[in-house]
Design a protein around this ligand. Structure first.
Ligand code: ZN
Length: 58
């Protein structure tokens, strides 16, 4: 027990995030989209939404 701050890990520490679409790590500074609890690059999310007719607006 070295760490005095042994509480929840969501205290400002940036955890690595991987894109659910291309499986490449998303940089903290990169644009990120969270959709249904999954993380995507913004560009990957645009691809997803542009290729899937489900996301199209009618
Ligand atoms: Zn991606």
């Amino acid at each position: 027990m070295k760490n005095a701050k042994s509480k929840s890990s969501s205290g400002g520490i940036l955890e690595p995030v991987w894109c659910y679409h291309c499986c490449i790590r998303i940089a903290p500074s990169a644009l990120r989209i969270v959709f249904h609890g999954k993380d995507y690059h913004r560009d990957c999310f645009v691809k997803l939404t542009s290729t899937s007719p489900k996301f199209g607006k009618n």
